[in-house]
Design a binder for this molecule. Structure first.
Ligand SMILES: NC(=O)c1ccc[n+]([C@@H]2O[C@H](COP(=O)([O-])OP(=O)(O)OC[C@H]3O[C@@H](n4cnc5c(N)ncnc54)[C@H](OP(=O)(O)O)[C@@H]3O)[C@@H](O)[C@H]2O)c1
Length: 292
């Protein structure tokens, strides 16, 4: 039995059917079973629970031979945060997996580190360290930014207003990977015992600026948009004003500022050479898949 925490998310929605189709029994942990309706099928069980609650996590992990953590608390419903989900929630999952004697696959981020300017990246690194110290068999899969959430956000703006808002200058290259490619690598991490104790880093074929993503979106959809930029000082003001009342928004705005300024490029070649069978989805294909 494979427990997938985060099975309802962008990655989980691509990972759970892959695992089930390969013949694995999969248990999806979600705070709201209604969010897992699209995953229903043979071999897929859905359990209700919150990774912030150790008792609910212990219940969900019972009987699992593998635990996959594909959760994050960067944004989303339920007043989540990187501290409570990526740090504490992962600690609960790792502890329960250790007690159950399960293997653990942690989905993390390329760049995870103790001094990273984005809190999520610091919390992911803390989870990685906890996992390494746990003594259980583990594999860490670090990914660059997923294409699908950004394409969805920008695509919605294009559709509803004919405008695309870009945070900051939008001229800093960022590596984007499709969640489909990441799901394929996570499946490999689960099924290949030779990958225990390894950190696998996956990125997509291109380092793209947000201005380029906006252009690709227009080309792929055939719809013209006015691209507007929110200047960096305005973003700094929004982050400052919303910090106390809307911490998730402030977090997202601060992260957008960081993505506009620090090196977010990545060379995917080593992992792609090591796993030649993985899909290598480009941004236009990911957008077309979303449109379909
Ligand atoms: N998105 C990216 O750009 C990106 C890049 C690199 C790595 N990653 C990593 O890839 C993984 C999947 O990300 P994603 O973008 O696919 O996520 P997503 O679509 O935003 O979904 C978040 C998932 O986390 C679950 N979750 C959040 N808080 C939870 C809690 N308190 N208890 C239980 N479940 C909780 C949600 O489950 P319910 O809402 O159903 O409870 C949902 O399945 C994460 O580990 C993320 O850090 C993401």
């Amino acid at each position: 039995m494979i427990l997938v925490a985060g099975g309802t998310g962008t990655l989980g929605t691509r990972l759970v059917p892959r695992l089930a189709e390969a013949g694995h029994a999969v248990r999806v942990l979600t705070r709201d079973p209604a969010r897992a309706q699209h995953l229903a099928g043979p071999g897929v069980q859905v359990v209700c629970g919150d990774v912030r609650d150790p008792a609910q996590v212990a219940q969900a992990v019972r009987g699992a031979g593998t635990v996959i953590s594909a959760v994050h608390g960067f944004a989303g419903p339920g007043r989540v945060s990187p501290a409570t989900v990526d740090r504490a929630g992962n600690a609960h999952l790792i502890g329960a997996a250790a007690r159950a004697g399960a293997t653990f696959v942690l989905v993390s981020v390329v760049g995870a580190g103790p001094a990273h300017p984005i809190g999520l990246f610091r919390a992911k690194r803390a989870a990685e360290e906890m996992l390494r110290a746990s003594g259980i068999p583990w594999t860490i899969v670090r990914a660059t930014a997923f294409m699908e959430p950004w394409a969805t956000i920008m695509g919605r703006m294009l559709e509803t207003s004919g405008k695309i808002l870009v945070f900051g200058r939008g001229d800093n290259p960022v590596n984007f990977v499709s969640a489909t490619d990441v799901a394929a690598l996570v499946e490999r991490a689960v099924t290949d015992p030779g990958l225990r104790g390894q950190v696998l880093e996956i990125g997509g074929p291109d380092n793209l600026t947000f201005n380029q993503v906006a252009a690709i979106l227009q080309e792929t959809t055939g719809r013209h948009a006015t691209v507007r930029h929110i200047p960096r000082p305005a973003l700094q003001g929004i982050a400052w004003l919303t910090a106390a009342i809307k911490p998730a928004l402030a977090r997202q705005v601060r992260a957008a500022l960081t993505m506009d300024t620090i090196d977010m490029t990545f060379d995917p070649t080593p992992t792609r050479r090591a796993f030649p069978g993985l899909p290598d989805t480009g941004m236009p294909s990911a957008i077309k898949e979303l449109l379909a």
